[in-house]
Design a binder for this molecule. Structure first.
Ligand SMILES: [Zn+2]
Length: 158
């Protein structure tokens, strides 16, 4: 501030504006700036301003940082949802296994009746008993198919 104005200041300012300082500047200008307090000050201020500009550019990246933050939160939320869903998935699989076991148990328990029905006419007489047995066998078969698909899905997942 206390230095005298220098006639080469304009030349130095031009080099700074064109971002030709210090690498792109002529050697004799650099030598002058090294000895001239006014030009040294100008170069110093200019480099400080440029550093500020670079920092401002970094701040301009805030939306990108916000995007990163948003994405990180999304990933964390997805992981939390997965964690929360895990017991549900286990319960679902346990339910399928239990259903399969129950169906198998029921089939084993009712096997004599079932065998008789399977060995009987394809279209049973419309008596209540055979209709009931037909429904039972159909639901058993359905349960077994669903349970089989479930078990297949469980095993194929591993
Ligand atoms: Zn100077």
């Amino acid at each position: 501030m206390n230095s005298m104005p220098c006639e080469r200041e304009e030349e130095l300012a031009e080099a700074l504006r064109m971002e030709r300082w210090p690498e792109g500047a002529p050697r004799e200008l650099r030598e002058h700036v090294a000895e001239c307090p006014a030009c040294t000050e100008l170069a110093l201020v200019a480099s400080c301003l440029r550093r500020d500009a670079v920092a401002a550019e970094g701040e301009a990246d805030l939306p990108e940082a916000g995007f990163v933050w948003w994405k990180a939160r999304l990933v964390a939320r997805r992981a939390a949802t997965e964690r929360a869903m895990r017991p549900v998935m286990v319960a679902q699989k346990a339910g399928l296994v239990a259903g399969a076991l129950a169906a198998a148990g029921l089939a084993a328990w009712q096997w004599p009746v079932l065998k008789e029905w399977l060995g009987g006419p394809i279209f049973p007489t419309s008596s209540h008993s055979s209709l009931w047995m037909g429904l039972l066998a159909a639901s058993l078969a359905g349960t077994l198919v669903v349970a089989g698909i479930g078990l297949y899905l469980i095993w194929s997942e591993r």
